[in-house]
Design a protein around this ligand. Structure first.
Ligand code: GUN
Ligand code: ZN
Length: 428
């Protein structure tokens, strides 16, 4: 017989989308419980109801701590783990000075494995149970992150980064090899355990139209895969794209014209969009991934959160362009970026973005990102008074949001009391 675990504490779950339905889309149980069996959530509700319903369950009583779906980081570059928080550059300089030299080191499979393990340990300790990551151009860097995720039972999305121009010798593939290597990796890993392959052209400046076309063709062969890339992050980058693709209507058109725009496309950043781009992204049902700490750190601009009313928006750290591995400061930065645009975000919206919103952006909302019967048991238990500064700020809290917001704004890995992956306790 399978053994059952019953986690007791405050519980947050979502019945709807707080961008459409308001904060009432979140459901809060002040004394709730989550029943977990065989890697799945089997029941969620009031502790007073669930305790007698499952008398044989192993009980984990977390008191006032908050039980939530694990965080989902929808856009990261795990190979940039060791260069996070590198000082003083804007995008193109930053790529050339820090990113490309570091990504070069992933030609060594042992180094790739070391960083993949280090990265997943860092994010699990911060309550992130799923990421969608770029690897490097080296196929072994994809093997490394999938192997590390599989060993931890994680649901994880990753793909080989493809670049056939404007990158240094040693970090370039070709249209042909990008297609062949991506296809071989996809066939090797896609659907194995909880792993999904993502077709990954880095961005238009580092791919020829021929490479984008080859990856568009691959995507037509494997339409249930996701495709990830970058779009309109900095104004210099957009001007560069204009020079490189003189025939394109705009940045999005460089993807669209090669079969790289439809449902299942994930565009990181998407800050400086034209009216045509916004309309086409909405019409096509694309996902946008907001990376607020990266956008302030690299100085890119302020994402327009009103887009979340029209299409799937996920939240992400963009490690290592982002300045943190944790989704808590990422939610804080999303709040601040929205403030600067006069778009105040409710804590329910922030929490939703870091869980269900990212799951929806990855088309995985039927499996992860929420607490409901049948969902995979990826959970985080949050200490809402993890530091003296946070504890004193919650003393007069009158509802969950007032209790939670100081942790969103000031919390870090100390707030992560427990993490469960696929029904097993993993960290810290
Ligand atoms: N655009 C293309 N590559 C990258 C990257 O690695 N990080 C960020 N922030 N933007 C990019
Ligand atoms: Zn990125």
């Amino acid at each position: 017989m399978k053994s059952m675990d019953l986690l007791i504490g405050q519980v947050i779950r979502f019945d709807g989308d707080p961008f459409r339905d308001g904060p009432g889309a979140a459901r809060h149980h002040g004394h709730g419980a989550v029943a977990v069996e065989g890697g799945r959530i089997v029941d969620v509700g009031e502790a007073a109801l669930l305790r007698p319903r499952y008398p044989q369950a192993r009980v984990h009583d977390h008191g006032q701590r908050l039980i939530s779906a694990g965080f989902i980081d929808a856009h990261v570059h795990y190979p940039q783990t060791a260069i996070i928080a590198s000082w003083g550059k804007r995008l193109i300089d930053w790529l050339n000075s820090y990113t490309f030299p570091e990504e070069m080191r992933f030609s060594d499979p042992a180094y790739a494995m070391e960083i993949a393990n280090r990265y997943l340990d860092l994010v699990l300790a911060r309550g992130t149970t799923t990421v969608c990551t770029y690897a490097t151009i080296h196929p072994t860097s994809v093997d490394a992150i999938f192997t590390a995720a599989r060993a931890r039972g994680m649901r994880l999305f990753a793909g080989k980064t493809c670049m056939d121009r404007n990158a240094p010798e040693g970090l370039r593939d070709t249209a042909r090899s990008a297609y062949d290597d991506s296809k071989a990796l996809l066939r090797k890993w896609h659907g194995v355990d909880r792993l999904s392959y993502v077709i990954t052209p880095r961005f238009s400046p580092t791919s020829t139209p021929e490479q984008l076309a080859a990856l568009g063709a691959l995507w037509r062969e494997y339409p249930d895969c996701l495709m990830q890339t970058h779009l309109s992050e900095q104004t210099d980058e957009i001007a560069w794209v204009r020079d490189l693709f003189p025939q394109a209507r705009d940045y999005l058109d460089t993807y669209e014209s090669q079969g790289l725009l439809r449902e299942g496309a994930l565009y990181g950043h998407a800050i400086h969009l034209t009216e045509r781009e916004r309309a086409r992204l909405i019409e096509a049902g694309a996902s946008l991934i907001h990376c607020p700490t990266s956008n302030t750190f690299i100085g890119s601009g302020l994402f327009d959160m009103t887009l979340a009313q029209h299409l799937r928006v996920g939240l992400a750290t963009d490690t290592g362009g982002g300045s943190n591995f944790s989704m808590l400061p990422t939610m804080a930065a999303a709040y601040e970026v929205a403030q600067l645009r006069g778009q105040s975000l409710h804590p329910a919206q922030l929490w939703w973005l870091a869980t269900q919103g990212s799951a929806r952006a990855l088309h995985a909302e039927d499996r992860i990102g929420n607490l409901a019967p049948g969902m995979e048991a990826d959970l985080v238990v949050i200490d809402l008074a993890s530091t003296p500064a946070i504890e004193q700020a919650t003393r007069r809290a009158e509802d969950l949001w007032q209790q939670l917001f100081p942790t969103i704004m000031m919390g870090d890995d100390r707030a992560i009391a427990e993490v469960w992956v696929n029904g097993h306790r993993r960290a810290p």
